[in-house]
Every structure is written in C-alpha cells, then in structure tokens.
Design a binder for this molecule. Structure first.
Ligand SMILES: NC(=O)c1ccc[n+]([C@@H]2O[C@H](COP(=O)([O-])OP(=O)(O)OC[C@H]3O[C@@H](n4cnc5c(N)ncnc54)[C@H](OP(=O)(O)O)[C@@H]3O)[C@@H](O)[C@H]2O)c1
Length: 316
C-alpha cells in the first residue's frame, strides 16, 4: 500500500482489515498478481481515492466468499480478476462480472496477466483497429505486457507485425512469438524504418501504448487511410500531435480505456477466450520474474527497468 504518490519506495507491506465483498462482489484469496504498466503509472501520479491505497488491476486466485447477489460464481472456483485497485494483497474484493473462471489446472500467474494486457491488445487490434489477415501492424513497446500480447494476436490473425523495442537483442527474442521486423527506437528513426520496411507505403495500423513524441511518428508511419490506436503513456510524456497530419494522411487516431467496458458481454467473451487459449498453450504469457508480495517495492523497481521482456508477477 502507499499513502502518497511516488517511486517504488512509497510502497510498504502492512496488515490491514480484510476487504468485505459488496453484494455484487466476490472475495478472492490471491495466488498471483500481475504488475501492469498501469499500476506503475497509478502509483506514480494518479490521485489516491483513499489512504492508504492498495494499488493494482490484475490478479488470480480462489473465490472464498460471494456477495448476496452473486449467482454465477461459487466458493472454491479459481478466477482471474480485474479491479480498479486492490490486486497487491492476499485478499481482494472484486465485482463478479470482472472475474473469469479458470480452466482446470490453469497457471495462476499466466491467468492473472491475461485480462488487462491481452484484453487491451485485442480491443486495439480487432475492435478499434479492424485488423485483418494480410494487414501490416506496428506495435510500439513490443516487449511490454500489452505489446507482447498484440504481437502474438496479430501474427496469429495473419498480419505482418513490426515492433519497436530498446535493443535488437530484445526484439530478436520476440520472433518466436510472431514478430516479423524489429525497430530499435533508441538508435533508429522509427518512421523512416517503417517506410523502408513497407516500400514507402506505411503500416495499416499502429498501436501506441507509449505516447510522448512517438505518437506523431506513428501517424506519419501509417499509410493513407491508416489508423493509430492510442492506448497508453509509458513514456510518461504528453502526446502532442499536429492534427493536420491526420487530415493529410486520411489517418484515424483513436483511443480507448478498457476498464469501463471490461464487464460488457463483448469484452468478457474475448477475454474468456484468450484465458482458454493461454491455458491451451496457443498464446504465451511471458513471465520475466516472480517476487514475493512482501517485496512489492523491489518488484515495482524491477518492473520499471527498461529493456525487459514480459511481465513481473508477485505471489502473496
Ligand atoms: N488503454 C487501456 O485500456 C490500457 C490498458 C492496459 C495498459 N494501458 C497502458 O499501456 C501502457 C503499457 O502497458 P504495459 O502493461 O504493456 O506496460 P509495460 O509492460 O511496462 O511495457 C511498457 C513498454 O513501453 C516501452 N517504453 C517505455 N518507454 C518508452 C519510450 N519512451 N519509447 C518507446 N518505448 C517505451 C517499454 O520498452 P523498453 O523497456 O524496451 O524501453 C516497454 O516495452 C501503459 O501506459 C498502461 O497504462 C492502457
């Protein structure tokens, strides 16, 4: 938990009263916690809704109590759960319609990592971006949680996938997951390299979980009539774009937040499908390192390091 915004050092490991589920919630005994890119940003800069605040979106575990109005979950079921806060804990109360029952034997760490990262990637690629087989997509931050999910989903859908990362060693490791071409954003001009790779045409779709000055580069790296989906701010800088470049490129710039729509039948269905695909081995969750929850400050510090691949997970 933390009492003020700041770096990983604001986190402390303490005992507080067990959460009590509302009528539409379940109480979960947490087995694994996914540290999302959004958890790091929330801790750093989002206003605290309460103090102390338990941060965290995604976790998986076993239902140990159900609210009076919950009819579709029961004690003993294992679920992956999403909430606006509270994942960094041994027990958390979450809305029942923000939970997905796990297939038998599913790995808790992998399941915890699916709803946010894979849900966001799916929404960006297919629902907002209209990705089809044969399209070319550019994935910013391809080694991050959302990026890795997007690389795999796009490649399996028959798209050509170009990704950006902070080294070619990092990007080469993504080839087994479907990356076709990697661009080192630290040493290469992303827009110019994309145009070289696409015979001067540009990509059909670009996903931007990073923001900052790169958003404008992505607009310029899309083809006439292409789309940029803005979905995050890992660069921790404002994304200033020249709207004229949208006009000149017939480019659509869209953005979305998965959180307010995650309970809808549409999103619930595709998240459930991807939890099953991960359990079946059709999609990979890459877990970089596992920390004890008691070492959450170290885990956040590690998760903030650049050049990593995949998710950092904690276990209570
Ligand atoms: N819209 C939504 O509903 C939604 C849902 C989920 C997440 N998000 C947001 O999406 C973002 C990514 O989340 P995540 O969980 O994937 O985070 P993550 O796992 O921490 O990955 C972040 C990625 O961003 C890259 N990156 C960071 N700074 C960069 C820069 N200045 N230039 C280029 N690349 C940079 C990193 O690459 P290197 O390490 O190689 O530098 C890393 O691969 C976060 O801002 C998060 O809040 C939004």
């Amino acid at each position: 938990m933390y009492r003020e915004n700041g770096g990983p050092d604001v986190l402390s490991y303490e005992e507080i009263a067990d959460p009590v589920p509302d009528d539409n919630e379940v109480l979960i005994k947490v087995e694994a916690i996914s540290i999302e890119g959004g958890d790091l940003l929330t801790r750093l800069m989002m206003p605290l809704p309460r103090s102390p605040h338990v941060v965290g979106y995604g976790s998986a575990g076993t239902v140990v109590a159900v609210g009076e109005q919950v009819t579709d979950l029961r004690v003993g079921q294992r679920v992956s759960a999403f909430g606006e806060h509270g994942s960094h804990a041994e027990l958390r109360a979450v809305r029942a319609d923000h939970c997905w029952v796990l297939p038998d034997g599913a790995d808790a760490a992998a399941a915890a990592c699916v709803p946010v990262a894979f849900g966001t990637a799916y929404e960006a690629l297919f629902e907002q971006g209209g990705l089809a087989a044969g399209s070319t997509v550019l994935v910013q931050g391809a080694a991050g949680g959302v990026g890795l999910a997007a690389v795999q989903l796009a490649a399996k859908a028959g798209a050509r996938v170009i990704g950006t990362g902070s080294s070619h060693e990092q990007l080469d490791a993504l080839r087994r997951l479907g990356l076709h071409d990697g661009i080192d954003y630290r040493t290469e001009d992303v827009r110019r390299r994309v145009l070289e790779l696409t015979d001067g045409i540009g990509v059909d779709l670009a996903l931007d979980p990073v923001g900052g000055p790169m958003t404008q580069q992505l607009i310029l790296a899309t083809r006439q009539g292409g789309t940029v989906v803005f979905l995050g701010a890992s660069a921790r800088e404002a994304s200033m774009v020249d709207a004229t470049t949208l006009l000149l490129g017939n480019c659509t710039l869209s953005g979305f937040s998965l959180s307010p729509m995650i309970h809808t039948p549409r999103v619930r269905a595709y998240v459930a499908d991807m939890i099953r695909r991960v359990a079946d081995g059709d999609l990979d969750v890459v877990v970089d390192r596992v920390f004890p929850l008691a070492d959450a400050a170290d885990a956040h510090r590690y998760a903030e390091q650049r050049g990593r691949i995949g998710r950092v997970v904690m276990v209570p």
